[in-house]
Design a protein around this ligand. Structure first.
Ligand code: ACO
Length: 190
């Protein structure tokens, strides 16, 4: 497994992975906005071991097509011999209402394809992103939202990466589930 910076050439695959793995989906232009505005903040995990079966489960591919413009979804290979198995989509917070805050980053989306989970890939993606936020973009802290029921992600953020729970945002998700709003202060050595 190779972890590298995400580029504009990866965003179809990132969107595809997101559609497989999460109910929170985004339009292509939102991926572009991340990669073009903060080109060093987002990362992908890829493999050249393309012989292995890809997770083709379509259970979450029923997103309301209107939100992504009925894009034809195809688990596209990043390159003929490179397959995307995970990504972290990251931005700096550029909300003008919070322009007095210290620079801070936001984890928009993280996922790893099912057959590649529990191998440490998400942790590696996150550590790369946290390092880049701090070193390149001078972020003093990073925030994210996670479903209260998402045990795997909660374990990763709270226990492995030592994020703290800031608050509970009631009915944050479209289906009414609450989110934990989490934050981690970025120290120079991270
Ligand atoms: N149950 C309990 N703990 C788990 C689970 C699980 N199902 N999966 C991973 N962990 C733990 C690991 O044991 C490890 O803990 P350790 O440091 O104590 O050894 C830690 O979490 C990190 O594990 P990784 O192997 O790095 O995680 P993985 O690559 O499997 O990816 C992820 C975790 C991204 C949550 C994956 O399960 C996934 O893609 N889930 C669906 C999408 C999702 O929920 N994404 C997060 C949404 S929140 C957001 O995007 C901001």
């Amino acid at each position: 497994i190779n972890i590298r910076r995400a580029t504009i050439n990866d965003i179809i695959c990132m969107q595809n992975a997101n559609l497989h793995n999460l109910p929170e989906n985004y339009m292509m232009k939102y991926y572009m906005y991340h990669i073009l505005s903060w080109p060093e903040a987002s990362f992908v995990a890829t493999t050249t071991d393309i012989g292995e079966p890809m997770d083709q489960s379509t259970e979450q591919l029923t997103l309301e097509d209107n939100r992504i413009g009925k894009i034809k979804l195809d688990p596209t290979y990043v390159a003929p011999n490179e397959k995307l198995v995970g990504y972290v989509l990251v931005k700096m917070n550029d909300d003008p209402d919070q322009s007095n805050d210290a620079p801070n980053g936001h984890i928009t989306s993280l996922s790893v394809m099912r057959t590649y989970r529990r191998m440490g890939i998400a942790e590696k993606l996150m550590r790369q992103a946290l390092f880049a936020l701090r070193e390149v973009y001078k972020a003093e802290y990073v925030s994210l939202h996670v479903r209260q029921s998402n045990r795997a992600a909660l374990h990763l953020y709270r226990d492995t990466l030592e994020f703290e729970v800031l608050s509970i945002e009631s009915s944050y998700y479209q289906d009414g589930e609450d989110a934990y709003a989490m934050k981690k202060v970025l120290k120079l050595e991270e």
